[in-house]
Design a protein around this ligand. Structure first.
Ligand code: NAD
Ligand code: MG
Length: 407
């Protein structure tokens, strides 16, 4: 019996995780659930799963939640609020596994806290990994934490890796990774029409039902860009050895191409409960609740190369990982700001890539050196590296907003 903490339990991945947990009450006990603002869903989840802790990050919503709990039959629930509380519950002794399912940079510190404690980390929150890169991987290595990918592509790649493969290690027998992508809702939209795309059109993904931010990322293909960086880090592989493949049916979730010419693929219906159940049962298997794959119904599978003119965000992500250093942090921060602005109808769909590119160009070595100087006072190497990341993240957000206001 393992104790699980679900960071971001009210989101798409959080809800799917609880669906899997409910199928396996003898394997998992819910210790902690967390939400940013959605106290109604959190309340229902607390009623059903009886956790020991609930975190409401938004401090203005916490009093209402406390009131709701008081007036209910829920007993022995410790309620915390504020973002620090996320780290607190991620570190709890009774927690064995932490599902990192907060969206964006907000998930970094609690996920790192879990990594430092040597927990099993079920990683959905790709932004946390992209922004912190080596720091995250080194923390996992140092503490002996177990890192298991939830992102469907990375989970698929992990399943296709050699027996006993450990995340973070090099796999010399692997020639390259084929990272599949659905191509999102605008795979065939004429490029000149993309400027008119609305938030509602962008979040209507043809194959996956996801949160709003990742849905926009899928439409721009920044999601694949972030995943390319994620794959470089998780599988210790160069960006050149990763080929993005558009596969519109979303049945193959990625492939591993070996030196002997064998190509292994993982297939399944597009439902996140498959990778979630895989990681939760690992190294065993258990039921995910997903219907079986009917290959006769699929009948056909298509593969094509992505067009980087249609999807400039994918090109920018490639450039960021090739440049290295803090550039993936800059890319991620600029993207988070731009996507939020697009969802609030402040900018056009096509402005997302423009703003990210401007912010990346702004981050010259000189700017990074200045920031490095500011954070140098931190004594140990790890905390000064993390502080540089946090400083770059904050600075990139401000710059992206400045570029947005100027345009
Ligand atoms: P979502 O928007 O549905 O849910 C986000 C969760 O994070 C919610 O529980 C919300 O309360 C919490 N949250 C948001 N902002 C927060 C903040 N500032 N502080 C604390 N908590 C906050 O998102 P999602 O689709 O479930 O995605 C979650 C993560 O998983 C993302 O990083 C995404 O890239 C990744 N992911 C999602 C899918 C998918 O199918 N949804 C697939 C692969 C990877
Ligand atoms: Mg994915």
């Amino acid at each position: 019996m393992k104790g699980i903490c679900i960071l971001g339990s009210t989101g798409s991945i959080g809800v799917s995780t609880l669906d899997v947990v409910a199928r396996h009450p003898d394997h998992y006990k819910v210790i902690a659930l967390t939400a940013n603002t959605n106290i109604d869903v959190l309340f229902e989840q607390c009623q059903r799963f009886q956790p020991e802790y609930a975190v409401v990050v938004d401090e203005t919503k916490a009093p209402l939640f406390i009131e709701k709990i008081k007036n209910s039959n829920i007993k022995n629930l410790t309620i915390l609020s504020g973002s620090q509380a996320l780290e607190e519950v991620a570190r709890l002794e009774t927690v064995d596994s932490v599902m990192a399912a907060i969206v964006g940079a907000a998930g970094l510190l609690p996920t790192l806290a879990a990594a430092k404690m040597g927990k099993t980390i079920l990683l959905a929150n790709k932004e946390a990994l992209v922004m912190s890169g080596d720091i995250f991987m080194q923390t996992v290595e140092k503490s002996g934490a177990t890192l298991l990918p939830i992102d469907s592509e990375h989970n698929a790649i992990f399943q296709c890796m050699p027996a006993h493969y450990k995340i973070g290690n090099k796999a010399p027998s692997v020639r390259r990774i084929l990272l599949t992508a659905s191509g999102g809702p605008f795979r065939e939209t004429p490029v000149e029409e993309l400027v008119h795309v609305t938030p509602d059109q962008a979040v209507a993904h043809p194959k996956w039902d996801m949160g709003r931010k990742i849905s926009v990322d899928s439409a721009t293909m920044m999601n694949k860009g972030l995943e390319l960086i994620e794959a470089c880090l998780l599988f210790n592989i160069a960006p050149d050895a990763i080929q993005v493949v558009i596969h519109k049916q979303s049945i193959i979730h990625s492939m591993v191409d070996y030196v002997d010419g064998s190509v292994l693929a993982q297939m399944g219906n597009p439902d996140m409960r498959i990778p979630i159940a895989h990681a939760m049962a690992y190294p065993e298997r258990f039921d995910s609740g997903v219907s079986h794959l009917d290959i006769f119904e699929i009948a056909q599978m298509d593969f094509e190369k992505p067009n980087l003119e249609r999807f400039p965000c994918l090109r920018l992500a490639k450039e960021a990982i090739e440049t290295g250093g803090v550039m993936p942090t800059v890319l991620n921060a600029a993207n988070e700001i731009a996507v939020e602005a697009f969802l609030n109808e402040q900018i056009k769909f096509t402005d997302i890539a423009v703003l990210i590119e401007k912010t990346m160009l702004y981050f010259t070595q000189e700017i990074v050196d200045n920031l490095t100087h500011v954070v140098q006072n931190f004594t140990d190497e790890q905390s000064s590296a993390l502080n540089l990341i946090l400083a770059v993240d904050a600075h990139a957000r401000v710059e992206t907003k400045t570029f947005m206001e100027a345009s």
